[in-house]
Design a protein around this ligand. Structure first.
Ligand code: FES
Length: 92
């Protein structure tokens, strides 16, 4: 499914650029950069954030952690906390 019509990015392409490690995109703009483009209208940002959140929650479950909406008491290294912090503009 195309999630960014301006850049013709699919949900699969977005998921494909998410991976473990410090190079993993933390914002929709970083996802665009990872895929060699830049945001245009911004309508896709919410959908890309949802894909990122779901992928990180699935990775957390796979790694044996609970998927949670952290913001408090998040363990160090928790990818969900880093995404939420990036969305909210605060350091994780
Ligand atoms: S739909 Fe993604 S930038 Fe316009």
């Amino acid at each position: 499914m195309i999630v960014c019509s301006c850049n013709v990015l699919s949900d699969g392409a977005v998921r494909g650029c998410l991976g473990p490690g410090p190079g993993c995109p933390r914002t929709p703009a970083q996802v665009h950069a990872c895929l060699g483009c830049s945001p245009q209208c911004g309508r896709c940002a919410r959908t890309i954030r949802t894909i990122m959140r779901d992928a990180l929650a699935a990775a957390a479950i796979e790694a044996g952690h609970d998927a949670h909406a952290c913001g408090t008491g998040c363990a160090t290294g928790c990818g969900l906390g880093k995404v939420q912090a990036a969305e909210e503009g605060i350091a994780a």
